[in-house]
Design a protein around this ligand. Structure first.
Ligand code: ADP
Ligand code: ADP
Ligand code: MG
Length: 446
């Protein structure tokens, strides 16, 4: 009997448990003192208290996780996303304990998890990257000189940043001077490294990413694209697949680029190649996420495959249900709405106790949720409550179904971004599909 430890929490832990049940695999969940009441703790076959609420003492506590893994004699660890999922040191420790890490090898993760390293690897592989500059221990003089060469506006980015944190837009040299030191400091605090690089800021860009998958025997497949350009604070809020308003040649170029990028590092397991497209549809590699993505459900909905099942099979060196690229086809259209406990005016987190949680069900509706009524959304973790995923035959009917479905969604007790989703669904920009990363702010009237 196989047994997997899930080093995560909330909806992603439940999502992994669901596939494990289907595959007849036992699950061990871990929870902090703040998460004891959450549904995933009850759903797992075994649940172990990991520590106090702060992540450093709980979900990021590698020694404690490995201790539980040993006690429970698990065969494998699934890291989910966020938290330790892109931590190469963790993956390496797991490998050294003789436990299977459900993801790529720690060496590949180390290369692609660091944005500067990943950029260099992609340049060597002939993949176009956003024009930029990187160097060890960049000085402010160096940054000024290089930013002037690249041309303002530029993005100053932490090499180990994620979730929209660690990057700042600099309109001119004065802004660069002002943000340089604080960005290094913040990056050190959040990600343990102050390494920075500079990128040209692409105006009115689209964020389009390609889901790739490397099999145990070394073939790399793509599972099409996701448009994730509806964002706030450089973080995704709505994602859809297929991407509207993207020509076939541009799509094929992206798939090719993504497979090329993954093959260049001998990638195995699930990964995402994130690209940014300028107004002329030119794609530039942005970063690779060496893990399952928050928005993986839209890909599952249109391809019919279970990506967590693929991840587990590949980690155990089993065959995938496909043998060639043509086996993966798109049917219909899917949109994911991330429901956050946040103030829809400021986008600041709004923790509190959920008094009511209701989502409709029915054909084409999928709800990946980590909470139920009476649960607390605490300030310790990401404020995402649920992912509401609507799928239909065409984009048009998908949007209509989503509008209708939102009428019977109600989440009470905390402020949520549900009004934002309704605004987007009713906007001409979203309808015509030609939206970009600033569109949400425009719709909101900022
Ligand atoms: P992606 O790049 O996969 O689309 P993000 O850019 O939002 O997603 O980054 C992943 C985020 O997931 C992290 O910022 C982290 O805060 C968040 N996260 C980690 N674990 C959980 C969880 N169990 N539930 C909700 N969010 C989580
Ligand atoms: P993270 O690791 O936080 O996900 P990314 O590099 O993937 O960081 O960027 C997140 C988002 O920030 C992108 O989807 C995009 O909206 C914006 N962004 C990042 N780099 C640039 C850039 N060079 N030009 C314009 N927007 C950018
Ligand atoms: Mg990203």
């Amino acid at each position: 009997m196989r047994k997997i430890l899930i080093a995560n929490r909330g909806e992603i832990a439940l999502r992994i448990i669901r596939t494990c049940k289907k595959m007849n695999i036992k699950t061990v969940a871990v929870y902090s003192e703040a998460d004891e009441e959450l549904p995933y703790v009850k759903e797992a076959d075994t649940a172990k208290l990991i520590g106090p609420p702060p992540v450093a003492q709980s979900y990021l506590h590698i020694d404690r996780l490995l201790e539980i893994a040993a006690e429970e004699k698990v065969n494998a660890i699934h890291p989910g996303y966020g938290l330790l999922s892109e931590n190469a040191d963790f993956a390496e420790r797991v490998e050294k304990e003789g436990i299977i890490f459900i993801g790529p090898s720690s060496s590949v993760m180390r290369k692609m998890g660091d944005k500067i390293e990943a950029r260099k690897t992609m340049v060597d592989a002939g993949v176009p990257v956003v024009p930029g500059y990187e160097s060890e221990n960049m000085t402010i003089e160096e940054a000024r000189e290089e930013a002037a060469k690249i041309g303002y506006p530029v993005m100053l980015k932490a090499s180990s940043g994620g979730g929209g944190v660690g990057m700042v837009l600099c309109e001119d040299e004065q802004a660069l001077n002002q943000h340089f030191e604080p960005t290094i400091k913040r990056s050190q605090t959040y990600f343990g490294s102050g390494k920075l690089f500079i990128e040209k800021y692409i105006a009115n860009a689209r964020h389009i990413e390609v889901q790739i998958f490397g099999s145990a025997t070394g073939e790399v497949f793509h599972l099409f694209e996701r448009n994730c350009s509806i964002q706030r604070r450089n973080q995704k809020v709505i994602e859809e697949s297929p991407s509207p308003s993207l020509t076939e040649p541009a799509k094929n170029k992206l798939y090719h680029l993504a497979v090329q990028a993954a093959e260049a590092v001998g990638y195995k397991n699930a990964g995402t190649i994130e690209c940014i497209l300028d107004m002329d549809e030119n794609p530039y590699f942005l970063e690779m996420n060496t893990r399952l993505q928050v928005e993986h459900p839209v890909t599952e909905q249109i391809t019919g495959y279970d990506l967590v099942e693929w991840q587990i099979k590949t980690a155990f060196e089993e065959k995938l249900p496909v043998t060639k690229q043509e086996d993966i086809q798109v049917t219909g259209h899917s949109i994911e709405f991330r429901i956050y406990a946040e103030d829809p005016k400021t986008f600041y987190p709004s923790p509190g106790t959920l008094t009511k949680v209701h989502f409709p069900n029915g054909e084409g509706i999928r709800v990946d949720i980590g909470y139920e009524a009476e649960n607390k959304v605490t300030p310790y973790y990401d404020p995402m409550i649920a992912k509401f995923i609507v799928t239909a035959d065409s984009r048009h009917s998908c949007i209509q179904a989503a509008r209708q479905a939102f009428d019977s969604v109600s989440v009470e007790g905390v402020k949520t971004n549900i009004p934002i989703h309704k605004l987007v669904l009713d906007s001409a920009e979203f309808m015509d599909g030609k939206y970009h990363t600033q569109t949400l702010m425009n719709i909101k009237g900022e």
